[in-house]
Write a protein that binds this ligand. Structure first.
Ligand SMILES: Cc1ncc(C[n+]2csc(CCOP(=O)(O)OP(=O)(O)O)c2C)c(N)n1
Ligand code: SF4
Ligand SMILES: [Mg+2]
Length: 286
């Protein structure tokens, strides 16, 4: 497939010139094209933020919901129709801050979707306040003396909760990021890809140059099935390793549901038998 098949005409792109979001868009289109996933079989779910505008700029089905609430929507869509490729895509503020509770408990469910988090270490849309992953000392219009909190580490949290696929990529390296995103898209279960993304307008600390000096790839010898090693490498903060830290292939959420045991047909493709039951349920809540 040609990545241009995912282009959308007639939509005005709202991202700032030079933003790392453009690279992530190219990475996703390339990964989808290489895997031959057609836009009809694709559902994106996002929240609110600059990153959350992502599905506006890519040909797909999409649900653009509330800030921090994209994860449960993605989990529900994938449970009802596991045949679809479901991607939950939003910023780190949306996913780890407002949506932090969903982030944690969703990992325990292991639903089959790819979670792409644009991690620019700042609230971009609301003009530059500190986000959960902002580094200590970063000065913002609100944190005028510099951030005093420890940054949230999504990778260690995910590995501690035994997430089934945990990776980190960098928007500035298209080639390697495409490979990481492809592996995540092919994973049956929850797949987290935290993508480091420069925000030239509001994050003057973590620039393209800064990332160039602070990222490197996990060695080919790194065994992603070794949880302790994955956790140890995810703890590194001096320089940030990139690649696939941890994989634990286990049954996805829908595979554990009784309704799919012995009948693999997606719920969305089964006839709806008892509409009256649903009407009764809705009426009982009035
Ligand atoms: C419940 C709620 N709280 C706060 C906001 C305001 N708000 C909108 S986007 C945003 C932060 C966006 O940051 P991030 O998710 O990192 O995305 P980015 O813009 O950096 O891509 C905030 C705080 C909101 N819309 N809804
Ligand atoms: S504010 Fe930052 S993240 Fe948002 S579009 Fe502009 S450069 Fe990109
Ligand atoms: Mg952000």
């Amino acid at each position: 497939m040609d990545p241009r098949e995912f282009d959308v005409d007639g939509v005005d792109n709202q991202w700032c010139p030079g933003c790392g979001n453009f690279s992530i868009l190219r990475i996703m289109k390339q990964a989808l094209a290489e895997l031959g996933i057609s836009p009809e079989r694709l559902v994106f779910v996002s929240g609110i933020g600059q990153a959350a505008k992502f599905p506006h700029y890519l040909k797909c089905n999409y649900f653009n919901g509330l800030h921090g609430r994209s994860v449960p929507v993605a989990a529900a869509i994938s449970a009802v129709n596991p045949e679809l490729t479901v991607v939950c895509e939003s910023g780190e503020g949306c996913n780890y801050g407002e949506g932090g509770n969903h982030f944690i408990h969703n990992i325990r469910r292991n639903p089959k979707f790819t979670h792409i988090v644009h991690d620019n270490m700042v609230y971009g849309l609301t003009k530059g306040q500190a986000s959960p992953t902002s580094l200590k000392g970063m000065v913002t219009p609100v944190q005028v003396d510099g951030v005093i909190l420890e940054p949230f580490n999504p990778l260690t949290v995910a590995i501690a909760l035994d997430a089934s696929f945990v990776a980190r990529a960098y928007a500035g390296d298209q080639q390697q990021s495409v490979e990481i995103v492809k592996k995540a898209l092919q994973h049956t279960g929850y797949a987290l890809v935290d993508i480091l993304q420069p925000c030239p307008s509001f994050n003057k600390l973590n620039t393209f140059q800064w990332f160039k000096e602070h990222v490197y790839y996990l060695e080919a010898s790194h065994d992603p099935h070794d949880r302790q090693q994955g956790f140890k490498r995810a703890c590194e903060t001096e320089k940030l390793p990139l690649g696939i830290f941890y994989v634990n292939q286990k049954p996805a959420f829908h595979e554990n549901l009784r309704i799919y045991k012995g009948n693999k047909v997606s719920l969305s493709d089964r006839p709806f038998h008892d509409l009256n039951k649903l009407v009764k349920l809705i009426e009982s809540r009035e």
